[in-house]
Design a protein around this ligand. Structure first.
Ligand SMILES: [Zn+2]
Length: 440
């Protein structure tokens, strides 16, 4: 018999039943059918026999060897016995138990190491303070946008990246990371899900997706509503920081649209091309509006799709023309043919809470031209963009347009700027800047 039995009973009838159940010839064929062993006492179903036999004896298959200790493997029923000698895939029960204990010990050791590393990190995060009044304007505007999404959890609690998905048209847009790297936002291990923090080669790491972030309290005002109000009521005036953040936001808003158009036309852009496009778009945003850029993105992706169907192009070479096509469109625009500015925001493409902060503070949206936005930020600093004598400028404006018999056009251009909300002086400067042909 290739099955060794270890009895837990001394009842001779039960021992006899177990022996008959497991009895086999040299080829491993069982000598009796299970049904032939019945009835046995109250058991009269074949399906119950194996279960009963398991209760009264343990069976080891002499044909199955444990890969760890070379011992025999315990089996629970006829189908599990092997007809020829082989190593079992799984170790025997004793070895599995040992492995399990070993694994638990190792895990406990790793947990202890992790906790030892985490403890000072938690203490540092809890003791950290940050002076709200010294935070730069761009960070304050981002914090206001985060507050619009997570409310008081910004300072009293913690929030995740997932909570901030509505920050920009492209999720968090890297803004949480940006504040974290600037040591403004902190991570809170005690609020994170288990498994978020781990050790790798002795260093502490965490998964951003499940980490929890918070803004440390102000050293004087704490994390109270009053402290938060100083952030929410901040008068923003740093033109350099705000211009940079506006350009970042505008680029995200344009790239989101480009991504959508690329999906529509099955264009796949490589990482290097995306970086090139971002740089071009960022430069273009100093002059044009997001909506004008959307129009350009719409046009170039459609043109590239038309190219892809030509015999000497494929989808890859056609997509690779997109960065240059964008530059070309901007050159055409710079030479005087302004792109359309009434392109509509697609339904699933949100402005995001940062964009809404720009709108509520400065009235900026996708239709705001870069020139206007940048001039507006410049004015926040109290800087006058030029020392031009306004009286002389106004006189020259009227004289030149009268001489060229373009008075109505010039007044129309001026009125358009006033209607867009510019002051008399700025409207005059813009009307001149935008129509250089009129004054040459
Ligand atoms: Zn073993």
């Amino acid at each position: 018999m290739a099955v060794r039995l270890k009895f837990q009973t001394t009842d001779s009838q039960e021992i006899e039943l177990a022996k008959r159940y497991w009895a086999m010839d040299e080829e491993g064929t069982y000598l009796e059918r299970v049904a032939d062993l019945l009835p046995f006492r109250e058991i009269n179903q074949a399906s119950m026999v194996a279960k009963f036999v398991r209760q009264i004896c343990t069976a080891y298959d002499e044909n199955q060897i444990c890969p760890k200790c070379d011992g025999q493997i315990q089996i629970g029923g006829r189908a599990e016995a092997k007809k020829s000698l082989q190593h079992s895939y799984l170790p025997c029960e004793d070895c599995q138990k040992l492995q399990q204990e070993e694994k638990q010990k190792q895990e406990a050791k790793e947990r202890a190491e992790l906790e030892a590393k985490l403890a000072p990190h938690i203490t540092r995060a809890r003791e950290m303070t940050i002076s709200y009044s010294e935070l730069p304007d761009d960070a304050v505007l981002i914090l206001q946008a985060i507050h619009a999404l997570v409310g008081p959890r910004l300072t009293q609690g913690a929030f995740s990246l997932g909570d901030c998905e509505g920050l920009t048209p492209q999720g968090t847009g890297g803004l949480i990371d940006r504040l974290y790297k600037q040591d403004i936002l902190q991570d809170d291990p005690s609020a994170a899900e288990p498994g978020t923090y781990y050790l790798q080669e002795g260093a502490l790491w965490f998964s951003k997706a499940s980490a929890r972030y918070f803004l440390p309290p102000d050293p004087d005002l704490g994390g109270s509503q009053a402290a938060l109000n100083t952030l929410l009521d901040r008068k923003l005036s740093n033109s350099v920081a705000l211009t940079d953040l506006w350009l970042d936001h505008a680029v995200t808003d344009v790239m989101c649209y480009l991504e959508y158009q690329c999906d529509v036309h099955n264009h796949v852009l490589d990482a290097a091309d995306i970086e090139k496009i971002k740089a071009t778009v960022r430069h273009g945003m100093r002059k044009y509006s997001v909506a004008q850029m959307w129009f350009i993105m719409w046009k170039v992706t459609r043109d590239a799709a038309a190219l892809a169907s030509r015999s000497y192009y494929n989808s890859e070479t056609a997509a690779a023309t997109i960065p240059n096509k964008i530059r070309k469109q901007l050159e055409i625009a710079d030479q005087g043919t302004e792109p359309r500015n009434e392109w509509t925001r697609p339904e699933p493409h949100i402005t995001g809470s940062l964009g809404m902060e720009f709108y509520s503070h400065f009235g900026l949206d996708e239709y705001s031209r870069g020139t206007e936005a940048l001039a507006m930020f410049d004015r926040l600093d109290g800087k006058d963009s030029s020392d031009v004598d306004l009286h002389a400028l106004a006189a020259a404006f009227m004289k030149t347009t009268l001489e060229k018999e373009r008075a109505l056009f010039a007044l129309g251009a001026f009125a358009e700027m006033v209607r867009a909300g510019l002051t008399t002086e700025d409207a005059l400067k813009e009307a001149i800047d935008r129509n250089p042909g009129l004054f040459q």
